[in-house]
Design a protein around this ligand. Structure first.
Ligand code: NAP
Length: 238
């Protein structure tokens, strides 16, 4: 297993939610972490210690910006792709605005732009962790856009594991996680997570820290590539 002491790790989408939790855990293990997002600053509402986490700003849909970002920061030991990229359409496909459906692929374009720009800056002994999501392999009605994009993200990640070897590429697939991605507040938020997870084997929303731990494991395990770690309370079971 690799240790992270002194390693340079960039977490794209590292200023909030799952990416921020991974950034903090990697920092705690001695890594030099750069958290990147459009705003380039850590979510002010998030509770926790952000000491020593450097930040930078870049939009994953800006290819020239990404090229400049990776050139500026030099060789990377590990890369985490956790940026949502943009909104994803929900609801039945036949009622969906097709522009919203196409727009949902911003997550895939963000990840592919990022890895295209990052590849030549990766340490050959390093790795990339790509955050997917349980709908990629567990389809439910109304989640069609998210499932389609998720499936594409996972296929992309596995193809990248073959092309970028010896750099390892793994997928971390969260279930429903309580993060700032959801705009709901107060009782409405609590009820949503309670109802949405009531029939799950682990009947609650996951935490960013639980998914962050999956990311840390994927980066640290030198014998793992092209693999998927599900952190989803058992959602993948039939
Ligand atoms: N939460 C869940 O239930 C859940 C479930 C399955 C999968 N996921 C996946 O997990 C990943 C992280 O989600 P999260 O829940 O942690 O969301 P989050 O708390 O909203 O964090 C998203 C992060 O991505 C950044 N970001 C968004 N669009 C970006 C762009 N175009 N360019 C650069 N940075 C961008 C955001 O910062 P800025 O806004 O400043 O750019 C923020 O740092 C996403 O890929 C999401 O699809 C989440």
């Amino acid at each position: 297993m690799s240790t992270f002491k002194g390693k340079k790790i960039m977490v794209i989408g590292g200023t909030s939610g799952i990416g921020l939790a991974a950034a903090r855990q990697l920092r705690d293990e001695g890594a030099n972490v750069i958290a990147v997002s459009r705003r380039g600053e850590i979510d002010k509402k998030s509770k926790g210690n952000n000491a020593k986490i450097k930040t930078d700003s870049c939009d994953v849909l800006d290819r020239d910006g990404l090229k400049a970002l990776f050139k500026k920061h030099g060789k990377l030991d590990h890369l985490v792709c956790a940026a949502t990229g943009g909104p994803r359409a929900r609801g039945p496909f036949v009622d969906m605005d097709l522009d919203d459906f196409q727009g949902s692929f911003a997550k895939l374009w963000g990840y592919s732009n990022t890895i295209h720009a990052a590849a030549k800056h990766m340490n050959k002994k390093g790795s990339i962790a790509i955050v997917s999501g349980s709908p990629a392999r567990k389809c439910t009605a109304g989640m069609m856009a998210i499932s389609t994009v998720g499936g594409a993200v996972e296929a992309f990640a596995k193809a990248m594991a073959k092309e970028l070897a010896p750099v390892r590429v793994n997928i971390v697939s969260p279930g429903l996680i309580d993060t700032p991605m959801s705009p709901l507040k107060g009782k409405e938020r609590k009820d949503f997570y309670k109802n949405a997870t009531a029939n799950n084997l682990v009947p609650r929303a996951g935490t960013s820290e639980e998914v962050g731990a999956g990311i840390v494991f994927a980066l640290s395990n030198d014998f793992m590539t092209g693999s998927t770690i599900d952190v989803d309370g058992g959602l993948q079971l039939p």
